[in-house]
Design a protein around this ligand. Structure first.
Ligand SMILES: [Zn+2]
Length: 214
C-alpha cells in the first residue's frame, strides 16, 4: 500500500497515519527524517544535501528526490509506505511521479483529511499545556478539573506560543495555498481520497479503511 496523507495542522493526520502504519505494517517516511538520516549515514545524496545546507542554501528538489529514491529502495518499503511532508509543490509532485514510475512503484491512494478552518482554529486555540509536567488539556474536549490548573501536578496551564488564533490562521492559509494544486494533481491522477475529518477519530479511520479497500 503506497500512500500519501495530507492534512492541515490539527486535522488529525498524525493520528490516522498511526492506524495506517499498524494495519499495513509500513513505514512513515518523513522527508525531514530521511534527510537527517542520509546526512548522518554520509550517503552520496546526504553529502550533496549537506553541501547545500552548509552553504546556507535550500536543498534542491533533485537532491531530495535522490534521498527519497534511496529510502524507497530499502526493504521495509516493499510492502508499502506513507509519504509525509512531500511533495509540497507541483514540481515536486511531478518529479516524484517520474521517480516512482522509474522504480515501478505505483501510488495507490492520497488521503486528505478535510476539516474546516474554523474548527481547526477551535481545536488548536483551546489547547492548554502544563508549564511543569507537559500534560495537555483542551478547554472543551478535555478540560482540566480546575480552570488553568494541571490535574496531575497542580502547576499552571499555559497556551503555547504557536497555538494562538492568528498564527493558526496564517499556517492554515499557507497550507491551503500549498496543497490546493497538489490535490488537483492527484485528483486528476485518480488516486485522491478526501475524507470528512470532522467526524470522530474512529469514524474517520473506518472511512479511510473503506476507501483504501476499494
Ligand atoms: Zn502538570
Amino acid at each position: 500500500m503506497n500512500l500519501m496523507v495530507f492534512g492541515a495542522p490539527g486535522a488529525g493526520k498524525g493520528t490516522q497515519a498511526k492506524f495506517l502504519i499498524e494495519k499495513y505494517d509500513i513505514p512513515q517516511i518523513s522527508t525531514g527524517d530521511i534527510l537527517r538520516a542520509a546526512i548522518a549515514d554520509k550517503t552520496d545524496m546526504g553529502m550533496e544535501a549537506k553541501n547545500f545546507m552548509d552553504a546556507g542554501k535550500l536543498v534542491p528538489d533533485s537532491t531530495i528526490i535522490g534521498i527519497i529514491k534511496d529510502r524507497l529502495a530499502q526493504d521495509d518499503c516493499k510492502k508499502g509506505f506513507i509519504l509525509d511532508g512531500f511533495p509540497r509543490t507541483l514540481g515536486q509532485a511531478e518529479a516524484l511521479s517520474e521517480l516512482m514510475s522509474n522504480m515501478n512503484i505505483s501510488l495507490d491512494k492520497v488521503i486528505s483529511l478535510n476539516v474546516p478552518d474554523e474548527l481547526i482554529v477551535g481545536r488548536i486555540t483551546g489547547r492548554r499545556v502544563c508549564s511543569s509536567c507537559g500534560a495537555s488539556f483542551h478547554v472543551d474536549f478535555n478540560p482540566s478539573k480546575k480552570e488553568d490548573i494541571c490535574d496531575y501536578c497542580e502547576s499552571e496551564l499555559i497556551i503555547r506560543k504557536d497555538d494562538n488564533a492568528e498564527t493558526v490562521k496564517s499556517r492554515l492559509g499557507a497550507y491551503h495555498d500549498q496543497t490546493a494544486p497538489l490535490i488537483d494533481f492527484y485528483t486528476k491522477m485518480g488516486v485522491m481520497v478526501e475524507l470528512d475529518g470532522t467526524k470522530d477519530v474512529s469514524e474517520v479511520t473506518a472511512d479511510m479503511f473503506t476507501a483504501l479497500s476499494k
